[in-house]
Design a protein around this ligand. Structure first.
Ligand code: GRG
Length: 298
């Protein structure tokens, strides 16, 4: 399989669906739709929706089914909302994201807050619009709504963000660092990956395997992101590097040093791969995506 071709094709497909699903920029009130579309189409690898597709395919699904691509798009809407809010002056105060001005810099703070809120809301409008034609899609969708909401709520992504903010300027122990990263990063990967399996009617054993994969992969992804914030190239990354240091953030390199962090990312990736053993070669694409993105430079 040509992975780069797979990623490119799925990204274009997701972009086309997002373009059709989002209200046009000329829909009243224009400013909010311009801001939503600006942040969605400012770039982005579409990694999480591609993982939803790859996970559904691992479990026998097809990305052309509306239940799969609508779930994948909802995950990207949620991801972009977290990025817009994370960049706000009250949180990370970043000027660039995905190689472009952040939403509050391009528009204003109020519009950026509302654009994030609107993307989050539209994600659930989309998830709840999944129809019954495709077998058990409606029931699976309800299960996904519950699971995704839990992953991104106050004991999920938002919980991780809260502890991240409280920990700024403080020495953070291993347990808190793990909490921050599992919640802030791995929970949305979990939502993306599990939802593909739920749509295809995976049993509990398969869902647990996907969950273990998502947790280890999310950890490896975040450690890599922390390393790239030190060693990466800001042009390739599309955002300023060194922002963790500037914001005195708790990161893996700050607690363990760069070399140990690289070892930890490799070991988490290995555990992620091992988690998928029950799927045999059906999980090859999911594994290839994991390996490619952990060894990424942007
Ligand atoms: C503000 C509710 C709220 C949550 C913020 C997810 C998050 C929590 C903040 C985003 C900032 C950050 C460093 C998150 C860690 C996950 C991460 C590395 C996101 C960037 O993901 P990529 O590289 O981005 O997949 P693209 O732009 O390619 O989609």
């Amino acid at each position: 399989m040509n992975l780069e071709k797979y990623l490119q094709e799925k990204k274009s497909f997701i972009d086309k669906q997002l373009d059709e699903l989002l209200p046009s920029a000329s829909t009243f009130p224009n400013i909010i739709h311009e801001a939503m579309r600006y942040s969605i189409f400012a770039g982005g690898k579409r990694l999480r929706p591609i993982l939803t597709i790859a996970s559904a395919e691992t479990c026998g699904g097809d990305f052309r089914n509306a239940s799969v691509y609508k779930t994948a798009c909802a995950i990207e809407l949620i991801h972009t909302y977290t990025l817009i809010h994370d960049d706000l002056p009250a949180i990370d105060n970043d000027d660039y994201r995905r190689g472009q001005l952040t939403c509050h810099k391009k528009f204003d703070e109020a519009t950026a807050i509302l654009a994030g809120d609107a993307l989050l809301t539209q994600a659930f409008e989309l998830l709840s619009s999944i129809e019954t034609e495709e077998g058990n899609a409606k029931f699976a969708s309800l299960k996904n709504i519950h699971y995704i909401a839990k992953c991104i709520g106050s004991q999920g992504v938002i919980g991780g963000q809260v502890i991240d903010i409280i920990s700024e300027d403080k020495t953070v122990d291993e347990e808190s660092l793990e909490y921050i990263h599992f919640k802030k990063t791995a929970e949305l990967f979990k939502a993306a990956i599990i939802s593909g399996g739920v749509l295809e009617g995976c049993d509990q054993k398969e869902l647990t395997a996907l969950e273990n994969f998502a947790n280890y992969y999310g950890l490896a992804f975040q450690i890599t992101d922390d390393i790239l914030d030190i060693e990466g190239n800001s042009e390739k990354m599309g955002k300023n590097i060194g922002s963790d240091l500037k914001n005195k953030k708790a990161t893996y390199p700050s607690l363990y040093g760069i070399e140990k962090s690289k070892d930890m990312a490799r070991s988490a990736l290995l555990k992620a791969m091992e988690s998928l053993v029950i799927f045999g070669e059906k999980a090859d694409t999911l594994k290839a995506i994991a390996s490619y993105t952990i060894n990424r430079s942007s």
